[in-house]
Design a protein. Structure first.
Length: 530
């Protein structure tokens, strides 16, 4: 305050000068310091130095006692002063003697937490990873504390899986936790937000598949969700259905995903934004698995075509050692799949996943058809509708031909395909591919189930099957061959080429069945019933 007041008095006018109306500024010492700015020092005469040296007595040797305290300055000082003499006193010897008693200390190591220059920004109370579900839920909701929020998102998948077989804490709070995870927003730019959220939803569904499969289906149709959140829900339903059937490890290898217990989930096939992933720039895991299943279904047809050109399989040679190695790996995969398969798998997949999804979608379509106004329907957005159909295809293929719910699955699938293949949304290439994949998966399951399944297609559902077969034939005829056929790598992801391949596969597979039951089909057209 004294320095500021003194400088202000020198550069400002008297009425604008800085003043502090405090008791400390009215003390004699403060007034003495303020008077220093008005002192006028002048050079003295050279002769005064000689007179001072003659009159100054010899300086006695000072003792090592403490110096006397400096007396306070007098209240009154003269306005001007004159320097009489300046003498430099050398006391380096005394300083060296005093320094001998001091022990130097080493420089301390840098504090790892004091990396910031500003000490007010140092965070000493680092958040710790939650170890209970009751601590995880508030941490996921705490968006103000960025570090705690990020740690909760990263820790959630592994914590949920640890709690699956430990106590009832997860079961008691599973719906609240699921609602919190589904509603998360990436407001703090978490680097692996979408991957961690997806892995958390998969862990929740795997923990209680029947209950949470229905819950996630309900939140998909009834919840106020964005397109990104709905896409994440569908992806979680499809991948969790594969995992409870024992295919989680195989899917991880095929999709280059980490193990289900790995919370980092560093998949390069998932983009930071799921909108871009499902709009076609990046292929979703559901789309990849669906395409692989369709290709597996069409492999026998390709093998038969190759046999016609190169000869039957009996003439093809394979070493005995390679056959043994392939058989050993297949047995290991089957053993691992049986260990990770849950009880009542077919009931869970049918009543917990497929029937709720198909039923809610059919109710939505009936409500839309009965509505007079053509309002906006978020479920008919091409990439959401495509992902929904691909998820149903994945669940249907995972159930397999041996499921006792195959008649019901066949009926519900055909009732879904009939109105959809004539809808305006089916004109989109990606939606057409998804419809053909679902129909082909249904036909393959009934053929693989034996003669009963084939008979079911050509007797109970002959009219629906013929209508869909004619639609597939029309789709094949109006889809021109793609230029991507010359490039096999690009032909895999080209929608036009996929449409032609799938529609041709549907016609060939149904043609084989119709040839065996040609008489019954002709009876259906003649008006007979079975």
């Amino acid at each position: 305050m004294i320095v500021g007041t003194g400088i202000s008095a020198l550069i400002e006018e008297p009425e604008k000068a800085l003043k502090f109306d405090l008791e400390e500024m009215r003390t004699p010492e403060a007034r003495w310091y303020l008077s220093l700015t008005s002192i006028s020092d002048e050079l003295g005469l050279p002769g005064s130095i000689t007179i001072l040296q003659e009159t100054q007595p010899t300086r006695p040797e000072q003792s090592r006692s403490k110096p006397a305290p400096k007396p306070k300055a007098q209240a009154q000082h003269q306005g001007t002063s004159k320097i009489v003499a300046i003498e430099e006193i050398d006391d380096s010897d005394e300083e060296e003697e005093e320094d001998d008693d001091l022990i130097p200390y080493e420089k301390p190591d840098d504090d790892a937490y004091d990396s910031d220059d500003d000490p007010t920004l140092i965070q000493r109370n680092k958040p710790t990873a939650p170890v209970y579900i009751r601590d995880l839920i508030p941490a996921l909701r705490d968006t103000e504390n960025v570090e705690r929020h990020h740690l909760a998102i990263t820790t959630a998948p592994s914590l949920i899986r640890r709690k699956i077989s430990f106590g009832t804490e997860l079961a008691e709070q599973i719906e609240e936790l699921a609602l919190t995870i589904v509603g998360l927003q990436n407001d703090n730019n978490h680097p692996t937000f979408h991957e961690s959220r997806l892995q958390s939803m998969i862990a929740l569904i795997v923990s209680h598949p029947f209950k949470m499969g229905r819950w996630f289906t309900a939140i998909y149709f009834d919840g106020d969700l964005s397109q990104v959140q709905r896409s994440a829900v569908l992806t979680a339903l499809g991948l969790s259905a594969r995992e409870i059937a024992g295919n989680g490890e195989d899917d991880s290898k095929a999709l280059r995903l980490p193990d289900t217990g790995d919370t980092s989930f560093p998949s390069k096939r998932l983009s930071p934004s799921l909108e871009a992933m499902h709009s076609g720039t990046e292929e979703s895991p559901i789309a990849t698995l669906t395409r692989e299943m369709s290709r597996t279904s069409l492999q026998p047809l390709a093998a038969n075509a190759a046999d016609a050109m190169t000869g039957p399989n009996a003439l093809k040679v394979r070493t005995f050692s390679s056959r043994m190695e392939v058989e050993k790996k297949r047995q290991q995969r089957d053993t691992q799949r049986q260990k990770s398969t849950i009880k009542d798998l077919h009931k869970v997949l049918a009543e917990g996943f497929f029937f709720p999804m198909q039923g809610r979608f059919e109710i939505m379509m009936l409500h839309l058809s009965s509505s007079a106004s053509s309002s906006y329907n978020p479920f008919f957005i091409p990439h959401l509708l495509t992902l929904f159909l691909q998820t149903l295809t994945l669940i249907l293929s995972t159930a397999g031909p041996s499921t006792p719910f195959l008649p019901g699955l066949t009926h519900e699938t055909l009732s879904l395909l009939l109105p959809l293949h004539t809808a305006s949304a089916s004109s989109e290439p990606t939606v057409t591919v998804a419809l053909l994949s679902l129909f082909l998966a249904l036909v393959d399951l009934n053929i693989a189930s034996g003669s009963n399944g084939e008979e079911r297609l050509v007797t109970e559902y002959a009219t629906q099957v013929i209508e869909l077969r004619e639609w597939a034939s029309q789709v094949f005829d109006r889809t021109p061959p793609s230029a991507a056929r010359a490039d096999p790598a690009s032909a895999v992801s080209d929608p036009q080429e996929q449409i032609r391949t799938l529609s041709a596969g549907v016609m060939v597979r149904l043609g084989e069945v119709m040839e065996r039951y040609q008489g019954r089909l002709m009876g259906v057209h003649s008006g007979f019933s079975y």
